[in-house]
Structures are given as structure tokens and as C-alpha cells.
Design a protein around this ligand. Structure first.
Ligand code: 4GX
Length: 249
């Protein structure tokens, strides 16, 4: 899969993606990340890419022409209908489902803005534009949002995670929080690892983990439980979890 990132700060973005699992996926050519700088498509002599907002107000706005030039360049060697993601707090909230959908594509263009934003007409005229937000907070640029999306998408592409099971297992639990994890020592500050995890009974371990995932999601993210269709078995596990909590207090 090829990612093309349109950014005024390519160095800023590439650093985090050059290491770890995503760095390895790049070296192994499972993914490719290309950076396109709108500054190289600015028409005026001083290479300016921003200007004052019409209507007044603070800050600067990224000009349309350099961005459109960069988007056109990105589309040169790929199908014209490739999705173009504009990172913005005004976008639809990014989630695991969206990441899974993106991971099935061959190409994805990401446009990372700065300052107060970009000239709205760029979004209006771009074929297949989608505005995406990575959360209800304001960043100082779209670069961190673009790398978050690339990371979440790339790890779903077969071959990126050494352990194919990890991504597969995740797909069952896309809409649940993770169960708690433990490693040695068996007792830490007088807290023991849950007995079932050292029992060797893998069926019991899987059921305990599903129960914890359901319980934690119910407690911390009731919105996710609300949206999920629970099977009878899952209902029972959740009830067991709640009874165990009550017995403790
Ligand atoms: N999830 N930002 C983009 C500039 C901007 C503003 C409006 C286009 C339109 C963000 C987020 C985010 C800050 C990136 C403002 N560009 N991006 N930037 N939350 O906060 O994605």
C-alpha cells in the first residue's frame, strides 16, 4: 500500500514512522510513504504557502494553489478516484472500522494542514475528499494525525505485524476494550496474577479475557457496549463480571 502525505513539514512526520513496526514495513516494501511538500507547488516567487484570512481574524490560512498542485502531483500515477483524507478537527471521527477499510486500499492520500486551516475550496474541488479527525482536541498541525492514521492502517496490512494472529484477534475485539495483561513476577506489591492465567486451561483463559473485556468496556465505555449486539453468552459473562464486582465490595 502506498501512502502519499502532503505536508509542509515532511521531516517532522517521517521520524516516528521510520522506526518500529512501521519502519520495518517500509524497509520490507509492504508499505511505501511518499512526502509531497506544497511549498514546491507555490506559484509566487517567494514560495509563500499561506495568507491572511478573508474576513479578518487571527492567524493564517494555507493557500489553495500550492495544495492543489501537490494533490494533482500525488494523483499523477494512481487512479484519480483515490480517497483524499483531509486531517481536521471538523472531520468525521477516525476509528478501527475506518482503519480496516483504508487497509484494503492500494493508495491513500493524506493532506495535513497547519495554522488556522486550509482554503475551504480545496476540499470542495477535490474528487473523493474526506475530512477526518483523530479526536476531539486541537493539534498544532495535521502531521501527528496523519502518522496516527498511517500507523493504525499499516499494522492491519498482512505482513506488517510479525504475528498475523495479533491483527486477526484484534478484529474480534474491534468494538471492545482490551482485557488486562500480566507478566512475571507472579506477585507484585502483594498483588497476585489472576489464578486462571496460570492454570494452563486455555478455554477458561479465553472466557476470562472476554469477560474482562466486556466488563471493562461496560464500565469505561458504555457507548461502545450500547452500540454492540451482545450474544447470550456475552450477556452472561458481563453479568458474571458485575456480580464478581459486587461480591468484592
Ligand atoms: N484530527 N488539527 C489540522 C489545521 C486545519 C484546520 C482546519 C484543516 C482544517 C486534527 C485533529 C487537528 C489542528 C490538524 C488544525 N486544517 N487533525 N489543523 N484533531 O486538531 O486531525
Amino acid at each position: 500500500m502506498k501512502f502519499k502525505v502532503i505536508t509542509l513539514f515532511p521531516e517532522n512526520l517521517s521520524l516516528s514512522l521510520d522506526y518500529g513496526v512501521i519502519g520495518k514495513a517500509q524497509k520490507e516494501k509492504i508499505i511505501e510513504i511518499e512526502y509531497i511538500n506544497p511549498r514546491n507547488y507555490s506559484e509566487n516567487n517567494n514560495h509563500s504557502v499561506d495568507d491572511k484570512p478573508y474576513g479578518g481574524g487571527p492567524g493564517m490560512v494555507i493557500k489553495a494553489e500550492p495544495l492543489l498542485g501537490a494533490i494533482e502531483c500525488a494523483k499523477q500515477d494512481i487512479p484519480e478516484n483515490c480517497p483524499v483524507v483531509f486531517l481536521s478537527p471538523q472531520g468525521a471521527l477516525f476509528d478501527q472500522k475506518q482503519a480496516r477499510a483504508f487497509s484494503k486500499l492500494n493508495n491513500l492520500i493524506l493532506v495535513s494542514g497547519r495554522y488556522e486551516g486550509i482554503d475551504e475550496r480545496v476540499v470542495d474541488v477535490t474528487v473523493n475528499a474526506i475530512e477526518i479527525s483523530i479526536g476531539n482536541f486541537v493539534l498544532s498541525g495535521g502531521e501527528i494525525a496523519a502518522s496516527a492514521i498511517i500507523d493504525a492502517v499499516a499494522r492491519l496490512i498482512p505482513g506488517t505485524l510479525g504475528d498475523e494472529l495479533s491483527a486477526l484477534q484484534d478484529s474480534f475485539t474491534d468494538d471492545l476494550l482490551d482485557y488486562p495483561h500480566y507478566t512475571r513476577p507472579k506477585v507484585l506489591k502483594s498483588i497476585s496474577v489472576p489464578e486462571v492465567l496460570v492454570s494452563g486451561d486455555h478455554n477458561a483463559i479465553n472466557r476470562w479475557r472476554l469477560k474482562q473485556a466486556l466488563g471493562r468496556t461496560f464500565e469505561r465505555r458504555p457507548d461502545l457496549i450500547e452500540a454492540k449486539e451482545l450474544s447470550d453468552d456475552e450477556q452472561n459473562l458481563l453479568q458474571e463480571y458485575q456480580e464478581e464486582i459486587e461480591n468484592k465490595s
